[in-house]
Design a protein around this ligand. Structure first.
Ligand code: SAM
Length: 262
């Protein structure tokens, strides 16, 4: 797909040039004819043709760029092209009777926010290419230096897997950093937390002070139930936020929610 457009220059997006890597990314989503696929930021269609080759029930392309979207409509008439910002997409409104799969070589400046929303709002299986550093953070477990608010949040809704690293040389223009491909497997509805706005606030609040001990971070909310929570979970209030698993954040939230500012 040959498109001369301003996106390359003005948005600083990096377009994948390597068909083998594009195929590997799409293969890792394991698309079947029952799946409704959404591709975020298809750009010049590096992944798109492989998605269509896999034969999904439907393909929706969410592309924000005003030059790229019409060109995609011409090149891929089988797909539905939405000229839209993925940050404003109604992920929660996807028909729950369908099997959704979401894929994209995400725009790096908004990748974390897009994944934050999709993990919590959809029940889709996803494969994303993001900056290597972001991939490490999303898939990091408790105790790791890379483990932070986004790790806890995404892993509250999905099992995450780090799939493979991608070098800068396969993009045009060439980025300064490595990339990596990650996969999300959604948890069942029963396993997902409820009251997620309050939980998000608690997670962000705790990681704002990631070097501090829980007892100090939570000093305004400490009650007998918080002491009991720590004891039951085998934690100490001297531990730091990075020691808590996603489930422990959820049980902590239940303890403090009445006192925590909403
Ligand atoms: N998938 C293509 C590839 O691998 O070559 C392009 C990837 S490029 C890193 C990111 C793409 O996302 C660009 O086409 C850009 O126009 C689009 N994009 C950027 N911000 C977006 C947003 N908020 N919503 C939807 N698309 C966006």
């Amino acid at each position: 797909m040959q498109i001369k457009h301003r996106a390359k220059k003005s948005l600083g997006q990096n377009f994948l040039q390597d068909a083998n890597i594009a195929r590997k990314i799409v293969d890792s989503l394991k698309i079947s004819e029952k799946d409704s696929v959404i591709e975020i930021g298809p750009g010049q269609g590096a992944l798109t043709k492989f998605i269509l080759e896999a034969g999904p029930e439907s393909l929706t392309l969410v592309e924000k760029d005003r030059d790229l979207a019409p060109a995609l409509e011409v090149e891929y008439p089988e797909a539905v092209v939405e000229l839209q910002d993925a940050l404003k997409f109604d992920w929660a409104g996807l028909d729950s009777a369908k099997s959704w799969k979401i894929v994209g070589n995400l725009p790096y400046n908004v990748a974390s926010k897009i994944m934050w929303d999709i993990a919590a709002q959809s029940s889709a299986t996803c494969v994303f290419m993001v900056q290597h550093e972001v991939a490490q953070r999303i898939t990091a477990g408790p105790g790791s230096k890379k483990y932070g608010a986004i790790s806890v949040w995404v892993q509250s809704f999905c099992k995450t897997d780090y799939l493979f690293k991608v070098p800068p040389t396969v993009f045009k223009p060439m980025p300064k950093v490595d990339s990596a491909v990650i996969k999300f497997f959604p948890l069942s509805e029963e396993e997902k937390p409820s009251d997620i706005e309050g939980l998000a606030k608690l997670i962000k609040y705790c990681f704002q002070f990631r070097r501090k001990q829980l007892g100090k971070i939570l000093k305004s909310f400490i009650s007998d139930s918080v002491h009991k929570w720590a004891e039951d979970e085998g934690l100490s209030l001297k531990d730091r936020p990075e020691a808590l698993s996603p489930l422990q954040f959820q049980s902590l939230y239940k303890c403090v929610k009445n006192d925590f500012p909403s």
